[in-house]
Design a protein around this ligand. Structure first.
Ligand code: G3H
Ligand code: 13P
Ligand code: ZN
Length: 303
């Protein structure tokens, strides 16, 4: 059954490890996330961005998530990622999402507080939890582009959470969205995590966006089978494990699943030119996604 993020964060706090939130936009990716959660016996969050919703259809995503999780003996949430306005948050809530992010990070502070609070008031009436964002994460966030990261101010975080009553907070700690997170390995500001935790309390759930590891092997395989990815840089696996142990409760991964899907698909199509059955073709992509998800769950969520 789908649940909001409350029990998922309780699990994370108890285990002292982050839960992975994986972005999906089709059947195979959602199946991969839920199957891996069951196989690894660890809660997960299924994330869908506005772009994913526009692609797959909100009702299709909700019914798929409900069906795939109905026999899961684990807390799993369906989360709206980077909701850019109140209307999309309300639509997701009314459609059956159990968690929403309102991303007001591009707004000025007062406006971010005001709109986040409105989303929280509406969501809580429907037993839906709300993630908000403070600070700016570098790169492209679904319709919202930030050229330079602005790290989260811990004192402002305290004021923000008090005023909005949000359930979790995405903080800017040096991670970045997309396939290229900089010329060299991004520096993660663990002091920001520590200082935000001091202000908000050790148990207030914190979220890291832009956390794909961008595995060199996947990029290499995509290029080997006809792709052309020239610039790529991820968060190191050491940093992901450390972020999880340092008090981040939710780690967002999108790019790694896209890379795995494309890698599996390209390899299968080139090495099996006689196959034209979409189920076989897409299953190869799904299996590659599952391998990547399992490795991230083991790295991030397990002891
Ligand atoms: O954090 C942003 C996600 O990667 C969303 O990407 O809008 O292309 O689905 P998308
Ligand atoms: P990546 O581009 O690093 O996968 O970031 C995903 C994300 O933050 C989704 O909200
Ligand atoms: Zn994000």
């Amino acid at each position: 059954m789908l649940v909001n993020t409350k029990t998922i964060f309780e699990y994370s706090i108890k285990q002292k490890r982050a839960i992975c939130a994986f972005n999906v936009s089709n059947l195979e990716m959602m199946q991969a996330v839920v199957e891996c959660a069951k196989e690894e016996n660890v809660p997960v969050i299924i994330s869908a961005s506005e772009t994913a919703i526009n692609y797959a259809g909100i009702e299709n995503l909700v019914s798929l998530a409900k069906n795939l999780t109905k026999n899961a003996d684990l807390p799993i949430a369906l989360h709206l990622d980077h909701g850019s306005n109140i209307e999309i948050c309300k639509k997701a809530i009314k459609s059956g999402f159990t968690s929403v992010m309102f991303d007001g990070s591009a707004l000025d502070y007062a406006e971010n507080v005001k709109l986040t609070k409105q989303v929280v008031d509406f969501a809580h009436k429907h037993n839906v939890t709300v993630e908000a964002e403070l600070g700016k994460i570098i790169g492209v966030e679904d319709n919202i582009i930030h050229k330079n990261a602005i790290l989260t101010d811990p004192k402002q975080a305290k004021d923000f959470v008090t005023k909005t009553n949000c359930d979790s907070l995405a903080i800017s700690i040096g991670t970045a969205h997309g396939i290229n997170k900089g010329l060299k390995q991004p520096k993660i500001y663990y002091d920001v995590i520590n200082n935000v935790k001091k202000e908000l309390g050790q148990n207030f759930p914190l979220v890291a966006h832009g956390s794909s590891s961008v595995p060199a092997l996947l990029v290499k395989n995509i290029n080997k089978f006809g792709g052309n990815i020239t610039k790529s840089q991820g968060i190191s696996t050491q940093d992901l494990a450390k972020m999880s142990k340092s008090g981040i409760n939710k780690i967002n991964i999108d790019t790694d699943l896209r890379l795995a899907f494309t890698s599996g698909l390209r390899e299968f199509l080139q090495t099996n030119p006689e196959v034209f059955d979409p189920r076989k073709i897409l299953n190869s992509a799904k299996q590659a996604v599952k391998t990547q998800i399992s490795s991230l769950i083991n790295l991030i969520s397990k002891k």
